[in-house]
Ligand binder design. Structure first.
Ligand code: LLP
Length: 854
């Protein structure tokens, strides 16, 4: 339907109207649209925190003690008024009086009827817009304030919902279109008028819905929802930092994603704009210039494409076994009838010849009483089994059926996640699998990271959440990483060097002290394979850590770097090393770990009188990528528990004593519970080994990585270790982190050599590549990348950052947001302090980046 007006409707939420700078953002947007000759209607909600305070007021005023809530609400508005240089007392006098009056009435009657509730709640929006309109007028934007209750009329409905969960008519409204003298109108979200002249509220997500109603009534050209994030993401960013902004969605896709729990937009807000054919865009107030998610009938890319992966927890599966009724007609009708009778809504259905399984969402109305009654009724027609606490993982995108072939590489994921139900939605918008509750999030993360792969110059996906967090436009919220404070020193270092790794000693020390300071850890060792720089080894030893080594060369380098390092402070954990290395370790008297039977079986003479540790494979792989998972049936590390009796016997024959057990299941683990599991596993394994005193829980402690893992919380780790020690007081517990000590302390600096734009992609070339940092090519690792020379400039391009190596995998970052980047700029690659330089090569006869410590 063609839109007949030049109205643009903007909606701003509570976090966007709380301060002067927020109002400046609104004003700038209005100015820009006015310049393009658009008429603007702004819908906005109450100031953040005020709606909750009004709810509090309703609750407390009933008992006569609403004064605190009332004082808070008034003070909050006066503060904003002061900041906006307005006379708040005068502007809001009527609202304050109304609140005083209503709360006094509440105290008298003690009865908060839905009608009174709505009258109190609406004041939040009325007050905020009153201040906003006054400020806009004061700053020269001629703005008309509209009481939304005179423009939106709630459809008649009885009971509570008629007051607090109303919906409104939104047919095109010529009268409204002609009603305004001004080209800028400011009005409230969330509230509407009732036919009887009273106030109604629109329920949760009400401001989005109001804005959609106004857009439909005005036949607006466009609706813009301004919020804290730049639109929909391909997954919940809390689950994976590689969740990507979605640039374009059709109405039905947006409806599907919104209904699956993305809190960006209320699903109710879509129907009004869809019916009126109005384009909608979700944009971010903190990234004003960045385009958001555009929702329209025809998204720019027409081919079916997977847009998002979501997970819903608390799902319940009910299976009706119908073998007794094979081919009986009318069974499904009978099976569904009790659900309708008990008011239980079914989400997914899957049927076979002899059974029907349905899923129920976690819904507060699904009380134990309702469930018991439902199950009893179902038991009359079939055998019933219920599986609680499942998770539904959904792939969402138009034409998802056509995409199933693309799933093939991801199917491997299901080997680890038993599937309880599969369902493909009739509207061809989603494909859902139900798995056990604790597997939902890992599966969602895994499917997302495998299946959502942006292309160069992608029309569907924008930057990832991690990139946005790290990108240079988010200066105010930028995390306090050391290199931001030491930028000048870094630029100076790079002036003298080609490409260079720079390590920050203070950060290394801080991390070493965090491990050495764990109250419940008996001993900590730095796994120097992460970074063997002498200075880092010295810093670790000075902080009181020992050193974990994987080769005799490492042992020698550690001793050279820190001569005070006694043999007792060195762990040697080799894997398939030659005989001489075991002999040398025993000679030196350092702790030796065996991870197979070969040494004991074939070189027993070496071990006479020795104390040894056995590395066990716990069979449960962990870690950020399959290449760094060192446990499980395919792993080349460790002994199988079933091999223990033979190991014990071989050690006895050789005259060695098994005094320690060790596990390292993988690298890049964020959940402290992992080490609890390992600890328990080792104590159980140690039961047949009376000489075991030390349980080494390995390394693997995760750091903040854009590709997913988070920095381990050492407080939680310490609590967990304390619990282990209390439960198993006879053992010493050791840890041997590598990455945690050095990763975030290092950056790789490189200079831009060339910039290249092809019809399909843009490349920023730098003077080193996978020869210095192989992690992106080897593991798809995502390192933060910024233009250090232009740190304060806004992002102006999206590019792949590539090196000079003759391999297509020589790409350090794909689709990154950067400011306009030029030859000679210094590019910084974050988290370069672990597994960076140590894994470098001279491939193509190009020297890898050097190393400097500051
Ligand atoms: N202990 C043992 C026996 C290990 O094999 C390792 C690492 C560690 C401790 C230290 O793990 P960390 O705390 O650093 O995660 N190149 C890969 C990591 C390989 C880890 C090898 N073993 C990467 O860049 O992610």
């Amino acid at each position: 339907m063609p839109n007949s007006s030049n109205w643009i409707v903007l909606k701003f939420g509570g976090t966007s109207v709380k301060s002067l700078s927020d109002w400046q953002v609104i004003s700038k947007r209005i100015k820009k649209l006015r310049k393009a000759k658009k008429r603007v209607l702004v819908v906005h909600s109450a100031i953040r925190g005020v709606s909750d305070a009004l709810e509090d007021l309703v609750r407390t005023a009933r008992n006569g003690d609403g004064s605190e809530a009332l004082a808070f609400i008034k003070a909050r508005h006066i503060k904003l008024a002061d900041e906006l240089d307005l006379d708040g007392e005068a502007l809001l006098a009527t609202n304050f009086d109304e609140l005083d009056r209503l709360s006094a009435g509440l105290a008298l009657t003690g009865d908060a009827s839905p009608r009174l509730h709505a009258r109190i709640l609406c004041q939040g929006e009325l007050m905020a817009t009153t201040l906003g309109a006054a400020w806009l007028n004061q700053t020269g934007r001629d703005c008309e304030w509209l009481d939304a209750r005179t423009a939106l009329t709630a459809r008649p409905a009885g009971g509570i919902s008629g007051y607090i969960d109303a919906d409104c008519d939104h047919a095109p409204d010529k009268t409204l279109q002609k009603r305004f003298d001004s080209d800028v109108v400011l009005t409230q979200g969330f509230i509407a008028g009732r036919e009887d002249g009273d106030t109604a509220l629109l329920g949760r997500g009400g401001s989005d819905t109001s804005a959609a109603y106004f857009a439909a009534k005005l036949q607006a050209e466009r609706l813009e929802i301004w919020t804290d994030v730049p639109g929909f993401f391909s997954a919940d960013p809390r689950l994976t930092g590689s969740a990507r902004q979605i640039k374009a969605l059709s109405y039905d896709e947006a409806q599907e994603i919104a209904s699956m729990g993305a809190s960006v937009l209320h699903p109710r807000a879509i129907a009004p704009v869809r019916n009126a054919g109005i384009e909608m865009e979700i944009r971010c107030t903190h990234k004003r210039k960045m385009p958001g998610t555009v929702i329209s009938a025809t998204p720019s890319e027409d081919a079916p494409r997977l847009k998002a992966v979501s997970v819903k927890n608390g799902v319940r599966l009910i299976t009706l076994d119908t073998s007794g009724m094979w081919r009986a007609s009318g069974f499904l009708a009978k099976a569904f009838e009790p659900f309708a009778r008990h008011g239980v809504s079914i989400d997914l259905v899957s049927t076979s010849e002899t059974s029907v399984t349905v899923s129920l969402d976690d819904d507060p109305s699904l009380t134990p009483a309702v469930l018991t009654a439902l199950e009893a009724d179902l038991a009359e027609i079939a055998r019933v089994s219920v599986l609680e606490d499942c998770a539904a993982v959904s792939l969402v995108g138009r034409g998802v059926r056509a995409l199933l072939a693309q799933l093939a590489p991801a199917m491997e994921a299901f080997a680890h996640y038993p599937v309880r139900l599969i369902s493909q939605a009739a509207n061809d918008l989603n494909f859902t699998v139900v798995v056990d509750g604790d597997q939902g999030k890992p599966l969602c993360r895994k499917l997302h990271d495998q299946l959502i792969q942006p292309k160069p110059l992608d029309e569907t996906f924008g930057p990832s959440w991690a990139e946005l967090g790290a990108d240079q436009t988010a200066k105010a919220d930028a995390p306090a990483v050391w290199w931001r404070n030491k930028r000048d020193a870094l630029l100076e270092t790079c002036r003298e060097n080609e490409a260079v790794y720079v390590y920050d000693r203070d950060t290394v020390r801080e991390r070493c002290e965090a491990i050495a300071g764990l109250k419940n850890l008996d001993r900590g060792f730095y796994a120097m394979k992460a970074n063997g720089h002498a200075d880092i080894i010295r810093t670790a030893v000075e902080a009181g850590l020992g050193i974990e080594c994987v080769s005799i060369n490492e042992v020698e380098a550690a001793r050279a770097a820190a001569p005070e390092l006694t043999p007792d402070r060195i762990l040697f954990t080799p894997n398939f090393a030659p005989r001489e290395e075991y002999a040398a370790a025993l000679e030196m008297g350092i702790h030796l770990t065996l991870d197979g039977l070969h040494p004991l079986r074939h070189w027993p003479e070496l071990f006479k009188g020795a104390e040894i540790t056995l590395r066990i494979n716990p069979q449960r792989p962990e870690g950020h990528h399959k290449h760094v998972r060192t446990a499980g049936p395919e792993a080349k590390f460790g002994l199988h528990r079933d091999e223990l009796p033979e190991a014990i016997e071989l050690a006895r024959t050789a005259g060695a004593k098994i005094t320690g057990l060790h596990v390292h299941s993988g690298s890049g683990i964020s959940d402290p519970e992992h080490w609890r599991r390992v600890g328990i596993f080792l104590t159980e394994t140690a039961q047949d080994l009376p000489d075991v005193k030390v349980l080494d829980l390995g390394g693997g402690l995760g750091v903040d990585e854009a590709s997913g893992p988070r920095r381990i919380n050492t407080d939680q780790l310490d609590i967990m270790l304390g619990e282990l020690k209390t439960a198993y007081p006879g053992y010493e517990f050791w840890l041997e982190p590598g990455r945690y000590i050095s990763a975030e302390a290092g950056v790789l600096l490189a200079r831009v050599t060339q910039v290249k734009q092809t019809p399909d992609a843009r490349f920023v070339g730098i003077n080193t590549g996978m020869n210095s940092l192989i992690r992106p090519a080897l593991y798809g690792a995502r390192h933060e990348i910024v233009n250090l020379t232009r740190l304060e400039e806004d992002a102006g391009m999206i590019a792949d950052i590539v090196g000079p190596i003759c391999e297509s995998a020589d790409r350090l970052g794909a689709q990154r947001l950067l400011p306009e980047t030029r030859e000679g700029d210094v590019i910084l690659i974050g988290n370069g302090g672990a597994y960076g330089r140590v894994m470098a090569s001279r491939y193509n006869m190009r020297e890898p980046a050097g190393e400097v410590v500051i």
